[in-house]
Write a protein that binds this ligand. Structure first.
Ligand SMILES: Nc1ncnc2c1ncn2[C@@H]1O[C@H](COP(=O)(O)OP(=O)(O)OP(=O)(O)O)[C@@H](O)[C@H]1O
Ligand SMILES: [Mg+2]
Length: 286
């Protein structure tokens, strides 16, 4: 889940996607890579009280001796879903990595990828929730990812900073490639997030996004919903709540948007899998 712009809905979508996939029976991990720890909070933790720095990505990124991220995975109240939490101390990684990279160890950008690889065989899907900045951790996430979902609210500010994000993304991928660290992205999808179609400007921008990004856009818009707001205020998610945090009608509409977005992403993910590729080849041959 990536966009250098803050507050576009990265953590909200990351957590709901991870929970949706776990409910569907996939083995899922969600890695909170942001020291603000929004995703961690949505699993009911008070990050700076409940968690020590050694329970996050921090020791793995700081030291060379750990060879696996296993130590940081913890079960959640969703069957099949594990979490690597974050807290404020993870922010230290940001300048520690930057300082060490400035001294020449660029391979550090590979460290998170190595960590993800070390647990990858235990999961069908690993969702990463990065911080909203182009720092060492975001670069590491980009390097480690094999697909990108970019949430974009259809507002002028968010849209123009996403345009900036895309050109930075281009430059960054080129720079990573020069160092032999190009990410291998199998798909990149935009999700219109926090959409309020009562605002005519948003409707126009949504139309523009669809024209520009075409099939690169997830078709279902994730509308702005009081259900998400209210669930978040209880440090919960819409999938976790048994009943409405607003009204049944609002909750059902909201579940419609969430399931719509998540099922499209699920299809994208499955299309990357060798089993799907093999089925396609078989169909082509037949
Ligand atoms: N579809 C939505 N409807 C209503 N509220 C939403 C929706 N999506 C996100 N929000 C709210 O917007 C705020 C920002 O969302 P979120 O934390 O997911 O964004 P983010 O991109 O992860 O932010 P950051 O860049 O700080 O990590 C949160 O309070 C969240 O509850
Ligand atoms: Mg976030």
């Amino acid at each position: 889940m990536q966009n250098f712009k803050g507050g576009v809905g990265k953590s909200t979508i990351a957590v709901h996607l991870a929970q949706y996939l776990a409910i569907k029976g996939y083995r899922v991990a969600i890695v909170d890579c942001d020291s603000q720890a929004s995703a961690t909070t949505l699993f009911g933790y008070v990050p700076d009280l409940d968690l020590g720095e050694d329970e996050t990505l921090y020791p793995f990124l700081r030291e060379g001796e750990r060879s696996s991220l296993d130590y940081a995975l913890r079960k959640t109240h969703f069957d099949g879903l594990e979490l690597i939490p974050a807290n404020l101390r993870l922010f230290n990684s940001e300048y520690e990595l930057a300082a060490r990279m400035a001294r020449g160890s660029e391979s550090l950008l590979n460290r998170l990828k190595d960590g993800i690889d070390s647990i990858a065989d235990r999961f069908d899907v690993i969702v990463m929730d990065p911080p909203p900045a182009l720092g060492a951790i975001s670069l590491s996430v980009l390097r480690a990812a094999n697909a990108l979902i970019v949430p974009v609210p259809p507002t002028v500010m968010d849209f123009s900073s996403t345009a900036a994000f895309l050109s930075m993304l281009d430059e960054t991928i080129e720079q990573l490639a020069e160092r032999g660290l190009a990410p291998e992205l199998q798909f990149l999808r935009f999700v219109a997030s926090k959409v309020d179609e009562n605002k005519s400007m948003q409707k126009e921008l949504l139309h523009l996004m669809r024209t520009l990004f075409g099939h690169g856009m997830i078709r279902t818009p994730l509308k702005d919903s009081a259900e998400i707001d209210n669930a978040t205020a209880r440090l919960m998610t819409v999938y976790e709540l048994d009943g409405p945090a607003t009204s049944s009608a609002v909750r059902n509409r909201c579940l419609g948007y969430l399931d719509g977005v998540n099922s499209e992403i699920e299809l994208d993910v499955r299309s990357m899998w060798p089993s799907h590729q093999a089925a396609l080849r078989k169909a082509a041959l037949a």
